[in-house]
Write a protein that binds this ligand. Structure first.
Ligand code: M6R
Length: 594
């Protein structure tokens, strides 16, 4: 979603544009920067891609401070007027903002009454005008900022400059923001990937922090006065190196094996695997798994794994439903929140609800410096490394591995003598990426199709849901998933000669039943694609329009071997259709608004 970069130092125009490019993957529809040049603040804004902004920003300026932003429209359409930075009426303040100011209409009404006029539809503009309001009352810059943030309700990460000051001001509440220093240069950013190559450590700002940075010093405040934040080492690995790959999506799919290895190494260390040692789980009567999109699909499979290994009643919820749903939650409930980014607004809101009810909270999170990771009682990192493509791939597989380990850890606490890593080790031994040529051929067939159905039972159904989501979001194909047994209860009416039906059948016990359901679709003209891990004799194989094979594993991490082919197929359909799979239309990597 929106991205923030701020900079004090040489050539801020270059550093800001470079930082904004690094944030592109998060999704945006306009961009802008503000530079303090002498006693003036110059604004540059453009709709659409950053290269449009690049065209209007001068190659060289004498500015030494600035802020930049990528905006994913929430309040007001994506145009140059609504793009950030926003400025105060006296043009002294320029600000960039991530998050949502919930009481912006009330602030606007108050400022209107004092004669302030507004040019944009954004909530952010009210913050710029509020800073001006307080400064005009005689407060200095930092006091004006303190008074402004005290008046705000909602979420915000703010990067601010003032034309009479050489400082970069900042504030954070429920939206990520980080700061880094290198010599006398300062960088502010909503994602630490902006710091790669700039600094070796960074300051993780926490909610309620505001302050300023200059060439000489950084000062942090909370509601009690000046405070300290300890820097953390910056370790991002080679995440941004595409090597020979054309897109991050395919590179990240092929990162999966390394991610599994990292998981085995990390959880192979006793203290990492003993994360629940200090907690008494004997009173836990139910477990609720919560996530959005791909993470929700991981929850469905995670709940099955936990039930299978422990017999504990486990159910899954989409986070936006968990937040407002009619649920029974108490201190005997464990809520497991799954999120790649750890910043998804719906998942964070679900966490708040779980916490208020006294539930024990667990996070299965990729971004270890994220809000969710820090807030839950116990966090299990998934060790997938930075994921750039909007379509989550390696993170999904890693979530499944860590959910499996988590289930094993709970089982070991309850029944002893369980090796929580056994399934993941077996997966690693068998892991491969399958017959990519077969996948490419199928991708070629499916690219022209808009009637794609996927059916399965149990875990196969959950993986089919994720396969379907991958194809939808990267290829814009109208594909839908159904329980195999539900076919005859309604959606069979949709099947005709133009329909492709993918049958997920990787569970031996119900293989026959699932394939029978596919026959029902075939009898109505549907072309049946079998997805299985079993060998078929030639006469059986003739029943199918196409067969995609994966390996048989024999434990619940079969789901990982099952999703990889569909991630690869989704990728090639997308590329065949001329879509950039890393940045599908209308989507953002991290959805930080409700
Ligand atoms: O960062 P999170 O895992 O919390 O994100 C959840 C979803 O927004 C995310 O999985 C989304 O569905 C992806 N685009 C799927 O590929």
């Amino acid at each position: 979603m929106c991205g923030i970069v701020g900079f004090i130092g040489k050539s801020p125009e270059k550093v800001l544009l470079d930082g904004l490019k690094r944030l592109e993957y998060r999704g945006y529809d306009s961009a802008g920067i503000a530079l303090k040049n002498g006693d003036d603040i110059e604004l540059f804004k453009a709709k659409g891609e950053i290269r449009n902004l690049e065209k209007i920003v001068p190659d060289k300026t004498s500015a030494e401070i600035g802020v930049g932003h990528t905006r994913w429209a929430t309040h007001g359409k994506p145009d140059e007027i609504n793009a950030h930075p926003h400025v105060s009426s006296d043009k002294k303040w320029a600000i960039v903002h991530n998050g949502i100011i919930e009481n912006y209409l009330a602030i606007k009404a108050k400022l209107n009454a004092f004669g302030y006029e507004f040019y944009s539809e954004t909530d952010t503009e009210t913050v710029a005008k509020l800073l001006e309001y307080y400064q005009k009352k005689g407060y200095d810059e930092i006091t004006s900022l303190n008074k402004t943030v005290n008046a705000l309700k909602g979420s915000y990460a703010l990067g601010i400059i003032n034309k009479n000051s050489d400082c970069l001001y900042f504030a954070k509440n429920k939206s990520p923001l980080f700061l880094a220093k290198s010599g006398d240069e300062i960088m502010l950013a909503s994602d630490i990937i902006c710091f790669k190559g700039f600094a070796k450590e960074y300051y993780p700002l926490v909610d309620g922090i505001f302050g300023f940075a200059s060439k000489e010093k950084i000062v942090f405040y909370d509601n009690l006065g000046e405070t300290e934040i300890k820097p953390l080492p910056l370790d991002l690995g080679e995440y941004d190196n595409l090597n020979t790959y054309k897109h991050f999506m395919i590179k990240e799919i092929y990162d999966t094996k390394t991610a599994i290895k990292n998981i085995i190494e990390y959880y192979g260390v006793k203290e990492n695997c003993d994360r629940l040692a200090d907690y008494d789980l004997s009173e836990i009567t139910k477990v609720k798994f919560v996530g959005c999109g791909t993470a929700y699909h991981a929850c469905l499979l995670g709940a099955n794994m936990l039930f299978e290994k422990t017999g504990i009643d486990a159910t899954s919820y989409v986070a936006s439903e968990f937040r407002y749903g009619n649920l029974s939650l108490d201190n005997k409930t464990m809520v497991v929140l799954v999120s790649q980014s750890g910043e998804t607004a719906d998942t964070l809101a679900a966490f708040e609800r779980a916490k208020e009810s006294g539930a024990f909270t667990v996070g299965i999170v990729n971004v270890e410096y994220s809000t969710l990771s820090k807030k839950v009682d116990v966090s299990f990192p998934i060790k997938a490394g930075v994921e750039i493509a909007v379509a989550s791939t390696k993170a999904f597989s890693s979530q499944l591995c860590v959910l499996n380990i988590f289930a094993g850890i709970v089982a070991r606490k309850l029944f002893k003598s369980v090796d929580p890593l056994a399934d993941v080790r077996a997966l690693y031994e068998k892991f491969d990426y399958g017959n990519v040529n077969d996948f490419k051929l199928l991708a070629d067939v499916l690219r022209y199709n808009d009637k794609l159905f996927m059916i399965g039972r149990g875990d196969d159904y959950c993986v089919a849901q994720e396969a379907c989501l991958k194809i939808k979001e990267t290829s814009y194909i109208n594909s839908n998933t159904y329980y195999a047994g539900e076919l005859k209860h309604g959606f069979l009416a949709l099947i005709d000669e133009q329909s492709y039906v993918v049958v997920f059948a990787t569970n031996k016990e119900i293989f026959g039943k699932t394939v029978c359901n596919a026959e029902e679709a075939k009898a109505r003209g549907g072309k049946i694609i079998l997805f299985t891990c079993f060998d078929l004799d030639a006469s059986d194989a003739d029943n199918f329009y196409y067969i995609i094979k994966t390996k048989e594993l024999g434990n619940s991490l079969q789901a990982v071997l099952n999703i990889i082919p569909w991630q690869i197929i989704a990728y090639y359909i997308s590329v065949n259709k001329g879509i950039n799979p890393d940045k599908p239309r209308n989507l953002a990597k991290s959805v930080t608004v409700e």
